[in-house]
Design a binder for this molecule. Structure first.
Ligand code: NAP
Length: 413
């Protein structure tokens, strides 16, 4: 993405200046490998990033190298030098957000990060500025394009997970090591940032409950459709009576919900609040060009700040606060059970749910013979009750297998 940004800074220089009144000049670019061909003059290059942040001719710093270090120390050095910083690094912000934002505030400069969540979708500014007065109740979205591409291929083409992943890798939508995407880590870092902005309380990436898509069985995508759901990797940040709950996991969502129709590598985020109702932000969540657009917007703000000699963007502040105990967070559940096909089996299963105070919303049976497939959807139940009910089901002789369980995320009533 840094390559797209550098090229745009050089080729769109006039357009940017005419539209914004700001002249941005690319002074220096740090890379790891000086010998790689680049879409800009080699005299701009250095392999010593600390020289960029310390250079007195550099007024604004963009960090798009990724990773925790040396990115973290470079951002701190730039802020210490009172240079506004633009970053796209969600991993760094999720790990060290409060420290970095505090340093920026101490030094009176901005740390801007529009590209860190949702790539080219303007999302951070609306959340932190336009919606500053809204007591946001829930942020719900698809924030990882790689996993959405894989789940779309599984749902629409009936491909198993491994095959859909290989296709995503071949087309450049997934890295050779896809673990940060398919394991939910990337989405969890983004969820932490969104929750921080939505609730004004720092959650931190390590406090986001996380499940990835590696064990999603293509069979459940087909069953989901029959029950009127789509299966998506969702990031959910919501206010609960026990505090903010932030989680990333595959979830069933009603097929008529707009998130169910988000295909391929796109991202989409719903923001809900009592004043605004529901807002939907949707578009390309990654890719060099869309992300460079988001970084350029931040850079123009950073330049305005530099020229004004005062911080123009609102300060990002986060209060302290606990997150909800995940065991108490309530959701509906989908379960797929392989059971003995005999009279009285359903009664035994219903009794287990009753004992664990989980009530059933719908039951659907497929297959006749020795075994049958049961698809169950429950009403809202705390995580803990659901987990205990599943353990008890596993010990029933008539239940051959609890083949899958997924949370069901429904629209706000
Ligand atoms: N790509 C996207 O669509 C996208 C979207 C949103 C956010 N982001 C975020 O943007 C950041 C970069 O992602 P990317 O996909 O653009 O990564 P990338 O393609 O790997 O590019 C990273 C760039 O930083 C340089 N670099 C890395 N470590 C360095 C070091 N220690 N010293 C000097 N230069 C170094 C690399 O140099 P070489 O070229 O020599 O290797 C490369 O040019 C990440 O934080 C990512 O999460 C990316």
């Amino acid at each position: 993405m840094g390559g797209s940004l550098a090229r745009r800074l050089l080729s769109d220089h006039r357009v940017i200046a005419e539209k914004s009144g700001i002249e941005l000049e690319l002074v220096k670019v740090a890379v790891r490998d000086l010998s790689k061909p680049r879409p800009f003059p080699s005299e701009l290059l250095t392999d010593r990033p600390e020289d960029v942040v310390r250079d007195p001719d550099v007024a604004l710093v963009v960090e798009v190298m990724g990773g925790l270090e040396p990115a973290g120390e470079l951002v701190l050095t730039a802020l210490n030098e009172r240079k506004p910083v633009v970053t796209a690094n969600k991993e760094l912000l999720a790990a060290r957000g409060p420290e970095l934002f505090t340093r920026a505030a101490e030094k009176g400069v901005s740390l801007l990060f529009e590209a860190a969540v949702g790539g080219g979708i303007p999302l951070i500014r609306p959340l932190s500025e336009s919606l500053a007065g809204e007591p946001i109740t829930r942020v719900l979205g698809i924030v990882n394009g790689t996993t959405n591409f894989i789940l779309t291929a599984m749902a629409e083409e009936g491909r198993p997970y491994r095959e859909a992943l290989a296709e995503a890798q071949r087309l450049g939508y997934a890295e050779a090591d896809p673990s940060a995407d398919v394991g939910g880590g990337d989405a969890a870092a983004k969820a932490a940032i969104l929750a921080g902005l939505a609730f004004g309380v720092w959650v931190g990436g390590d406090r986001v409950y996380r499940e990835g898509i590696e064990s999603v069985d293509v069979a459940d995508l087909a069953f989901a459709r029959r029950l009127g759901y789509a299966l998506k990797l969702l990031a959910v940040a919501e206010r609960t009576p026990h505090g903010p709950a932030v989680r990333v996991h595959p979830a069933m969502i009603p097929i008529e919900h707009p998130l169910a129709g988000v295909r391929g590598a796109n991202n989409a985020v719903f923001v809900e609040g009592p004043g605004v109702g529901e807002l939907l932000f949707m578009g390309p969540g990654a890719g060099g060009e869309p992300t460079a657009t988001a970084v350029l917007g931040d850079l123009i703000d950073a330049a305005r700040e530099y020229l004004a000699g005062a911080q123009v963007a609102p300060r990002i502040r986060f209060g302290d606060g606990g997150v909800a105990d995940f065991a108490r967070v309530e959701t509906k559940w989908y379960l797929r059970l392989e059971v003995v096909d005999a009279p009285g089996v359903l009664a035994q299963i219903a009794a287990v749910f009753g004992e664990h105070r989980v009530s059933l919303m719908s039951v659907w049976q497929e297959g006749r013979g020795e075994t049958a497939t049961l698809l169950l959807v429950t009403h809202d139940a705390p995580e803990e009750h659901h987990r205990r009910a599943v353990e008890a089901l596993r010990s029933l002789e008539v239940v051959k297998q609890v083949a899958a369980t997924y949370r069901v995320v429904a629209p706000e009533p």
